[in-house]
Write a protein that binds this ligand. Structure first.
Ligand code: RM4
Ligand code: MN
Length: 387
């Protein structure tokens, strides 16, 4: 196994983008709980993201969701973020909360509704120009509930047409990332259910169109690290939405349900060149904190990514490659597991302190009084949430 001292430089390249919606209230279809200290404005969400960065040094950018994060002056929001030490990251579109989209948005049979969905993406691109963000992330809630309800093939054709129109509107330094999800809210078929469909659609657009892999959007038992390896091999992995799932799209803290899976994914990310200064892959979180406190929930999340990344970097690739060449099944597996079983927490704490960060960001946050402060200050107004 490699020594911790050998990976510290590589480790310092880690940047995890946090989602603005993680700081707002969220829930299930049964209940959305309010919680003290929840942001009332987009500025307060950005301030919470900046707090996560301040305690960890790991979260220099925050993703926005349009229209949830609409403000009058995005230039001012950008400056406000920069003053707090963070950037505006990916812009997420939303075509899932408007009655017009009940039967589809980009795939709808009515050209007027398709145009409305395209115009919404144009608006998102305007926001990208104002905020300096690189990526437009598209997740489509489109699909059907009953066999026969829609023409599966015609919907793919309309999807292609809509995506092309949106793609053509992007500037040369902007990218489109298309997320997939195997079911929900549609139950019979989804128009972009898997990485293959996302790949087919983005490959038809051009070089700056890529796939977004949300770790919660697969059937149980799916080998996600294989998808990571394949997309990196094809040069089409644009970004991750990290989270954990037990059953469906649970959006729990990344690494909470299955840290070993997170390790396996990060091993492939590193192996495939998806990490570090030479890579454009965006590592984002897409999570909700329904019952736990949101800022420390995000701190825990970025620390989990850092911990599993450290283990992935510790993997002795040369020894592994040699064992693989030899066909030594058990030795190869042992080398792989050795890095996973390494407890890197003390080394990471020390490494953080050397960089002027708290060794234990979770305890430091609790001890800082910040949570009490925002709970006292943020009274009145409407707490941010979905929609
Ligand atoms: C979707 C998908 C998107 C996220 C929305 C809120 O399931 O994961 O990435 O923006 O939820
Ligand atoms: Mn997602």
């Amino acid at each position: 196994m490699r020594a911790f001292a050998d990976i510290t430089e590589a480790l310092s390249a880690l940047a995890v983008e946090v989602p603005s919606w993680a700081y707002g209230n969220s829930g299930t279809r049964f209940k959305v709980f309010g919680s003290p200290g929840t942001p009332r404005t987009v500025e307060e969400k950005v301030a919470d993201a900046a707090t996560v960065h301040r305690f960890t040094g790991l979260a220099p950018s925050v993703a926005l969701h349009i229209p949830w994060d609409l403000v009058d002056d995005f230039g001012a929001l950008r400056r406000n973020a920069e003053d707090l030490g963070v950037r505006i990251g990916t812009i997420n579109s939303n075509t899932f909360q408007d009655d017009d989209y009940k039967l589809g948005a980009l795939t709808h049979t009515d050209p007027k509704i398709r145009q409305k969905a395209i115009d919404h993406h144009f608006e998102c691109i305007d926001v990208m120009h104002a905020t300096g963000s690189r990526d437009l992330k598209i997740w489509l809630a489109e699909g059907t509930n009953y066999p026969g309800q829609g023409d599966l093939r015609a919907r793919q054709d309309r999807l292609h047409e809509g995506l092309s129109t949106i793609y053509d509107r992007l500037a040369d330094d902007q990218r489109l990332v298309l997320e997939y999800k195997f079911f929900e809210p549609a139950f019979y078929h989804t128009d972009v259910p898997d990485w293959g469909t996302s790949y087919v659609q983005v490959a038809a657009l051009g070089e700056r169109a890529m796939v977004c892999l949300d770790t919660g959007h697969h059937a149980p038992g799916t080998n996600i690290e294989f998808i990571v390896a394949q997309l990196l091999r094809l040069g089409k992995l644009g970004s991750f939405d990290f989270n954990s799932r037990f059953y469906a799209d649970d959006d729990l803290i990344v690494g909470a349900a299955d840290p070993y899976q997170l390790y396996r994914i990060l091993v492939e990310v590193v192996r495939g060149g998806g990490y570090g200064p030479g890579s454009d892959v965006a590592l984002m979180l897409d999570q909700c904190h329904n019952i736990e406190k949101k800022i420390p929930g995000q701190i825990r999340s970025v620390l989990n990514v850092q911990e599993m990344l450290a283990r992935a970097l510790l993997l002795d690739r040369e020894a592994l490659a040699a064992a693989q060449e030899e066909g030594d099944v058990l030795l190869a597996n042992e080398i792989f597991m050795d890095a996973f079983y390494t407890d890197v927490r003390a080394d990471l704490a020390h490494w953080r302190e050397e960089r002027g960060l708290p060794g234990d960001p979770m305890r430091a946050y609790v001890g800082s009084g910040h949570q009490e402060r925002i709970e006292d200050e943020r009274v009145g107004g409407t707490q941010a949430g979905w929609g």
